[in-house]
Design a protein around this ligand. Sequence first.
Ligand SMILES: Cc1cc2nc3c(=O)[nH]c(=O)nc-3n(C[C@H](O)[C@H](O)[C@H](O)COP(=O)(O)O)c2cc1C
Length: 358
Amino acid sequence: MKLQSASCQIAYWEGGRLQLRIANYLTRRTFATSLATLELIRFFVNPRTIKDALLEFRAYNRQSVGKSILQLINAELLLEYGSAAWNQDRLVKSSWKPWLPEGGFHFMTKDTLFVGSDWSVERRLRLLPSTPPPPQFKSIPDAEVIRLPSHATERDTFFETLHARRTHREFGRGKISLENISKLLQTTWGVQGYVQTEVFGRLPYKTSPSGGARHPGEVYLMALRVEGLERGIYHYQAKNHRLARLPARVSPRLARAYCADQRYFAGAAALFIMTAVFARTMWKYRRARAYRVVLLETGHLCQTFCLTATRLGLAPFCTAALKDSLIEKDLGLDGVSESVLYVAGVGLSPSARVDSGL
Ligand SMILES: Cc1cc2nc3c(=O)[nH]c(=O)nc-3n(C[C@H](O)[C@H](O)[C@H](O)COP(=O)(O)O)c2cc1C
């Protein structure tokens, strides 16, 4: 059997006593390590057998070398060549190459824990630092300050919609019309037109901006209570404004689970699961900074979604607290070339009448 070092590793010194640590950002496991162990990891950068290692490190005690190799295997820092874990590691290495190692942040921060809505105030407070929160607003001492003209709140629908947007956590029990779902999808993720470019050919444009018009965003509709649409998960085909049904199961309980067990979102009529196909952006932008671009764009899309829902008289919300891996498994995504980033959703306002149109 041949072994190879995981490529998704990063080593760093930590703390005042400078403890050497090694993190595998794909498995999200971090270990204290030593320079000697790093030498071993370096030896296995190419696929080798344990016998090869014992020969290479023959100046060391045979048992201690064997023990270190076993520890590295258990820590998933050494992988069996050709195994499923090895394949996943290689997939990240090859498809994220231009953005690594900085892009390891994406994998390291998946499936984060969420503070449960049923946690007591005391329990929540224990998680916070003992110091007071930082000031909410910045003021620059000694700077010249200029008063701005005061004005009444604008009375056109654009400004009214902006001011009316709120995050909702309670929803009416009724169904949302397919027409409204369609408007939400078309307005937020639909192709509004194309622009012809000399270098990049025909590029789509949407209501939200996208770096280089690469539009890495995809969206999946989890329909729970939509008039005229069977419960299910659908991929939105932005190109022709259609829904493609996936063989995934759906339920309010699953909606709640996807949103890191936040109980309020079980009451939503539909979730809009936002993902990104990183290669679209990475193909043009070869530096890890472009990862920021992908995240920023997801924020643009979400705000457009929330405002559109508000304008339609619906109750929108958004959440970044997600069980990424569970969602990706259900959607059939590898979580590497395409990964979930953000979830928005809507329900009926508990009291509101539903507006018929934009
Ligand atoms: C990136 C992002 C993540 C959020 N995640 C959650 C969440 O997990 N759960 C939740 O209830 N609200 C979430 N919110 C909503 C905020 O709590 C909400 O925007 C904030 O309380 C201000 O209220 P408003 O949206 O009504 O102005 C999130 C908002 C943003 C922008």
